[in-house]
Design a protein around this ligand. Structure first.
Ligand SMILES: Nc1ncnc2c1ncn2[C@@H]1O[C@H](COP(=O)(O)OP(=O)(O)OP(=O)(O)O)[C@@H](O)[C@H]1O
Length: 259
């Protein structure tokens, strides 16, 4: 493995993904560095979720290569080449918890699926993960219907972290949260990155998240990554879509100091 490859958590090269006659990702290349929080922005329907789902092997690709932690990922039809359990944790946009399971059982779900552990140890792990995401041990016996939106996201995050993955995929993690809860969730993600050394790949439309937690931001347009870098560099991009996104009326209203 070359030095550069060792520094990369995810490396995507020349990726083509389509459905029928529609090409969604068109020879897309992207590197995610180990330990960084990378934010991905793009138009609605532009292919952000498809890119994330292709990396984790849920959507088949037509061509191109994907490496995760230096290992080539097989295509969706080749499950034997997928990484071992615990390679990544995922927080889907509709990151629904199992409504008939308690918080504790939800967090333990990946442990039960992948490991054989004594109940006592699983209980300890569940409480440790809940505390890691800012919840209390008392919350473990609650059911999803008893949780606020912010708490639900935290439980889903605790579940995503159950197997101690080095990479976390987040699909619009702050959507549906009020600005205070969203800010708290951003802070939590940043803290987890620092304390656990996590690599985070985050699809988001949230300008505050992009500005405050992302080390780099990648912009997806026309099926490709058209700009990538720290937010201050993206703001200088001449690409028409990137300019429209960050310098359009709405963005300027939210980020007046960025002009
Ligand atoms: N399983 C599928 N079958 C057919 N078309 C699909 C499938 N999944 C996604 N698409 C199409 O791929 C395109 C990209 O969708 P995707 O969900 O990745 O967009 P997105 O950038 O995440 O959008 P948003 O910001 O609105 O969530 C859309 O045109 C969508 O209809």
């Amino acid at each position: 493995m070359s030095g550069l490859a060792q520094e990369l958590a995810i490396s995507v090269r020349d990726l083509v993904v389509g459905f029928g006659r529609q090409i969604v990702l068109d020879h897309l290349s992207l590197d995610v560095r180990r330990g960084e929080i990378l934010g991905l922005v793009g138009a609605s329907g532009g292919g952000k979720s498809v890119l994330m789902r292709t990396i984790i092997g849920l959507v088949p690709r037509r061509s191109g290569t994907i490496e995760v932690m230096g290992q080539p990922m097989g295509s969706v039809h080749d499950r034997s080449r997928q990484g071992p359990a615990g390679k990544w944790g995922i927080l889907f946009q509709q990151g629904a918890l199992f409504s008939s399971l308690t918080v504790r059982q939800n967090v333990q779900f990946p442990l039960r699926e992948n490991l054989v552990l004594p109940q006592e140890l699983m209980d300890e792990i569940a409480i440790a993960k809940l505390e890691m995401v800012g919840l209390r041990a008392e919350d473990a016996d609650k059911y999803p219907s008893e949780l606020s939106g912010g708490m639900t996201k935290r439980v889903a995050l605790a579940r995503a972290l159950a197997l101690d993955p080095p990479i976390l995929f987040l699909d619009e993690p702050t959507s549906g949260l009020d600005p205070i809860a969203a800010g708290d969730f951003d802070t939590l993600i940043k803290t987890l990155q620092k304390t656990l050394g996590l690599t985070v790949f985050m699809v988001t439309h949230d300008l505050a998240s992009l500005t405050t937690v992302c080390d780099r931001v990648a912009a997806l347009a026309d099926g490709k990554i058209v700009a990538i870098g720290p937010m201050r560099e993206l703001l200088q991009s001449e690409h028409p879509w990137v300019r429209a996104y960050f310098h359009g009326k709405r963005s300027q209203m939210l980020q007046p100091h960025m002009r």
